[in-house]
Design a protein around this ligand. Structure first.
Ligand code: NAP
Ligand code: ZN
Length: 347
């Protein structure tokens, strides 16, 4: 075991504080990474505050991790010391079920091992995430980060990037397609950049009137302020695909009615409460509401390579570890432009 330092929540009600804990020794299939930057995802806040149910404390959140490889296990051929590596939302899986076997280990039937707020395959050793100085992971679950991209701006790709890239790819965003992005936060601002780079015509649907300029700068062609009463009604029969990144419990009905025939509204936002669906709205033109969670390791690597090719990074505000609590409050208030990233040198 090697002792490292991180920032941890000790309970659902408390603030995050400095905490020392152990990382395992580097096994034959592992790499060790000196974490440099860790993004703050809204999912970190949902979990710290137990909005998704009972959590494991102390909790060291963080699943948007970028750093430098410092050690490589005997069986690892794919990484070497000095490489820039990333770690996303999960760090292991059973390896045997139909989804692990088909390259979709994030859908593991025996449960993927989440990067934090989870247990290793032994079912009892807690996992600790990226708000820390170092991490040890199986190399098969680590990613290669394009070296020319800004490292702080790359960390959020490991969750926000792949969570939006995967459904955009799966639902064929591209030239000739009208894609709407609901919510311009961490996920939303990645969805806009990636969908625009894929060639789609992008519209941002935002409840914040002051995000228009940023939407257009990020690559959207249209901005719609949803608080305007008739804004969504006027968009009837418009979109082929809607990516819903909203973190709050909202009414999907007015959005579903903006879909064209065969259009899909894909939910990636996870407020932790059920949505109400009106079957009639879906039946009329064979519209669908679907969901998507993160992406496979291959999709994550494909996304990083895509972002490397198109020079896409997250727009970030780099903070020190003692600013995490304040950053959480700003994220909840939709006051993040557009991802907080912790400089782990400050831990
Ligand atoms: P975020 O940065 O807080 O962005 C969420 C955006 O939702 C806000 O910026 C805001 O955009 C909009 N919003 C917030 N409250 C709203 C309200 N009351 N009404 C309407 N719009 C509202 O969060 P994030 O990190 O992007 O995460 C978004 C959600 O995705 C979270 O629930 C997170 O847990 C979930 N998530 C899911 C996955 C997955 O695998 N499916 C992965 C990562 C995160 P505007 O100001 O533009 O309206
Ligand atoms: Zn996340």
């Amino acid at each position: 075991m090697t002792t490292t330092r991180g920032f941890a929540a000790m309970s659902a009600n408390g603030s995050l504080q400095a905490w020392e804990f152990d990382r395992r020794e580097v096994g034959a299939q592992d790499i060790a990474i000196d974490v440099e930057f860790a993004g703050i995802c809204h999912s970190d806040i949902h979990q710290v505050r137990e909005e998704w149910g009972t959590a494991i404390f102390p909790m060291v959140p963080g699943h948007e991790i970028v750093g430098t490889v410092t050690a490589v296990g005997a069986d690892v051929a794919d990484f070497k010391v000095g490489d820039i590596a990333g770690v996303g939302c999960y760090v292991d899986s059973c390896g045997e079920c139909e989804y692990c076997q088909s390259g979709h280990s994030h859908w593991c039937l025996n449960g993927a091992t989440w990067t934090y707020n989870g247990y290793e395959r032994d079912g009892s050793t807690p996992t600790y995430g990226g708000y820390s100085k170092s991490i040890v992971v199986k190399a098969d679950y680590a990613l290669h980060v394009p070296a020319h991209l800004d490292r702080a701006g790359t960390a959020p790709l490991l969750c926000a990037g792949v969570t939006t890239y995967a459904p955009l790819m799966n639902w064929n965003a591209g030239p000739g397609k009208k894609v709407a992005v609901m919510g311009l936060g961490g996920l939303g601002h990645m969805a806009v950049q990636i969908a625009a780079a894929m060639g789609a015509e992008v519209t941002v649907l935002s409840h914040s009137a002051n995000k228009q300029d940023d939407s257009l700068t990020l690559g959207a062609t249209h901005f719609v302020h949803t608080a305007d009463g008739s804004a969504l009604t006027n968009l009837r029969n418009t979109f082929d695909l809607i990516i819903n990144t909203v973190s709050a419990d909202i009414d999907l009905h007015p959005y579903i009615n903006t879909l064209r025939a065969h259009g899909s509204l894909v939910v990636v936002g996870a407020p932790g409460k059920p949505y109400s669906i009106d079957a009639g709205e879906l039946m009329g033109r064979q519209r669908s509401v679907a969901g998507s969670a993160i992406g496979s390791i291959k999709e994550t690597q494909d996304m990083l390579d895509f972002c490397g090719t198109h020079n896409i990074t997250s727009v970030v505000e780099v903070i020190s570890a003692n600013e995490i609590d304040a950053a959480y409050d700003r994220v909840v208030n939709s006051d993040v432009r557009y991802r907080f990233v912790i400089d782990t040198a400050t831990i």
